[in-house]
Design a binder for this molecule. Structure first.
Ligand code: DP6
Length: 330
């Protein structure tokens, strides 16, 4: 005690959307993502002083649902070290929070690593991924760098639902330009949206049924370093996910006019011969998947699109790292 870890956000190319029942945050589908450099969160975990908040972010106590969720997660970590004092976490985030940039993935992944280290525990990265999953599903993927697959798993105890680096994902200089359309918090958090969609969208079953084929095609594209194939799957998968949202009752609409304008621009770039493919998560931001070498050209163009507030440039990034304290993994 205390310990600090740093983890990066990841963006799914084949989305996690839907859960199995139960308290372990088990996904209804497998997913595949790219971890991004620069979009970082740090988490420092140590003993909680009497009367002090359990969750601080940028020097302020976090309240409400987010605080309760983090407290439950810190308690979950403490179960592994009977007799350990209550824990507190202070996080620092280097990118817009709550706007569809999966900050929860970086936060819970960094908290899981720092928490285990602070408790003097040692767990391999696969176990760390299972644990991070229980804070936020997408956090399971931020344990690893580059292209990552999170296995759905079948077991009710979640032992087979963890992430790992994807075969063939190394040495492929991928990047993403993130067109920020709105800085504010998203209308509906992804957790609530996926639950509502699962319960009310007539397209939800079709979404689940199509996922294994998308995952298989994406895995193959990664193995072959075929960006056209991977980008095409990513676009189709994103549109299928958002179709479930549009068809929910009432509908969930993350798209803003600026989102559509950016998608049009990405398609225009492609028609001009620039290799770029779009994806969107639970927010209006649009991410363009590309090669590092094309990142600047694409980011510069997206910045000219009406409705775009800023464009973040992110290369493929590393998995979770310790900044202070012993790594819990060997
Ligand atoms: C649309 O990981 O935020 O970004 O497990 O409830 O915390 P919880 O959900 P979360 O959902 C991410 C959904 C997504 C798609 C993805 O990242 O795969």
């Amino acid at each position: 005690m205390p310990a600090t870890a740093c983890a990066r956000a990841n963006v799914a190319l084949v989305k996690y959307w839907g859960k199995r029942p139960g308290p372990l945050n088990l996904p209804a589908v497998g997913s595949l993502s790219l971890t991004l450099a620069g979009l970082e969160a740090t988490a420092s975990v140590g003993p909680r002083a009497a009367g002090a908040p359990a969750f601080m972010s940028a020097g302020q106590a976090v309240e409400g649902t987010a605080a309760r969720r983090m407290e439950a997660f810190l308690e979950r970590l403490r179960e592994f070290a009977p007799g350990a004092p209550p824990l507190a976490v202070e996080v620092g985030i280097g990118f817009p929070v709550g706007a569809g940039l999966a900050s929860s993935a970086a936060i819970f992944c960094a908290t899981a690593a720092a928490g285990l280290s602070a408790l003097g525990l040692s767990r391999d990265r696969r176990e760390l991924s299972r644990l991070a999953r229980q804070g936020s599903g997408s956090a399971a993927r931020s344990v690893f760098g580059g292209l990552v697959e999170w296995h759905r798993g079948r077991r009710p105890d979640g032992e087979d639902s963890f992430a790992e680096p994807l075969a063939g994902g190394d040495n492929w200089p991928l990047a993403m330009a993130v067109a920020v359309i709105e800085h504010g918090p998203k209308a509906i958090p992804s957790r609530d949206a996926m639950e509502h969609v699962a319960q009310t969208s007539p397209f939800f079953e079709a979404w689940i049924a199509g996922q294994d084929a998308d995952l298989a095609a994406a895995r193959q594209a990664v193995g072959a370093h075929d960006l056209t194939a991977l980008g095409t799957i990513a676009e189709q998968n994103c549109l299928r996910m958002h179709a479930t949202c549009f068809a929910a009752r009432p509908p969930v609409m993350y798209w803003r006019p600026g989102s559509l304008a950016v998608i049009d621009e990405i398609r225009r770039l492609r028609a001009e011969g620039v290799a770029a493919w779009f994806t969107m998560d639970a927010g209006p931001q649009v991410k363009a998947l590309c090669l590092e070498n094309d990142l600047e050209v694409i980011a510069t163009r997206l910045a000219t699109v009406p409705g775009v507030q800023a464009v973040l440039r992110a290369r493929s990034g590393a998995g979770v790292e310790m900044i202070e304290g012993a790594p819990p993994w060997s």
